[in-house]
Ligand binder design. Structure first.
Ligand code: ADE
Length: 240
């Protein structure tokens, strides 16, 4: 998969893709992330990419032309399945969207906003999907773009060492992940649950599922309700 990120502060993205799992994905040629400086596409003689918003009081807005030209240049080279604009008024990102994008896309453009955002006409004309990473406002879309790219890339086959580990992530089955433990068996008088030391695989799986359900019920009643609706047999059992 190839991800092209368009930003007017490209340095903000220097680090996230140069370490750990994302770096490994790049080294194994499973993903490529390219960051493009929108300022290189400035069209006016002052090198500006933004201008005052029409109407009063709204602040600066990124202009159509630099974005259009940058995206056109990229599209000359390859076909893109999605042009995603990162914005707090987009669809709230979740694991299902990450799964979908990792399966359906080979090439993705992610456009980062800044200031008051980008001219609405570019959104209407070029953007295929608008994504928010949560109900809060960041200074720009770069950190949000890194979050989305990370969530997608780690799902690509071969990126995670253990192929099953993405499947046991929180949210993959609609539940939060269960607690995990490592050595030592006892720490400050607290013991690892004995079932995990028993070697009894099916009992351990049962325990994990039960813990996942308890955690989800307690911490995320919204997810728990959805889970019960999707699993009527558990809903029945839990009511008893
Ligand atoms: N840009 C600014 N805030 C954002 C958010 N919450 N999600 C995505 N992009 C953003």
């Amino acid at each position: 998969m190839r991800i092209d990120i368009i930003s007017c502060v490209p340095n903000l993205l220097d680090s996230p893709f140069s370490h750990s799992i994302l770096q490994r994905a790049n080294d194994k040629s499973l993903s490529e992330v390219h960051v493009h400086d929108l300022r290189k596409y400035a069209v006016n003689k002052h090198g500006h990419i933004d201008d005052y918003a029409y109407g009063h009081g709204a602040g600066m807005v990124i202009m159509c032309e630099p974005i259009f030209n940058c995206i056109e240049d990229l599209k000359k080279e390859r076909e893109y399945q999605e042009v995603i604009y990162m914005t707090p008024d987009g669809e709230v990102f979740n694991q299902q969207i990450a799964n979908h994008l990792s399966i359906t896309c080979e090439n993705i453009i992610i456009l980062c906003g800044h200031y008051k955002g980008i001219d609405q006409r570019v959104r209407d004309e070029l953007v295929t999907r608008e994504i928010s990473i949560g109900d809060y406002v960041l200074s720009g879309g770069e950190l949000a773009a890194a979050v989305v790219a990370d969530a997608i890339i780690r799902l690509l086959p071969g990126v995670l060492g253990d192929e099953t580990s993405a499947l046991t992530d929180s949210f993959q089955d609609g539940l939060l992940a269960p607690p995990v433990y490592t050595r030592p068996k006892e720490w400050k008088g607290k013991e690892v649950p004995s079932i995990l030391l028993s070697g009894h695989e099916s009992k351990i799986d049962e325990w994990r599922l039960e813990e996942s359900m308890e955690r989800t019920k307690e911490r995320r009643p919204d997810l728990w309700d959805k889970y019960l609706d999707a699993h009527p047999e558990i809903k029945k059992k839990k009511k008893k």
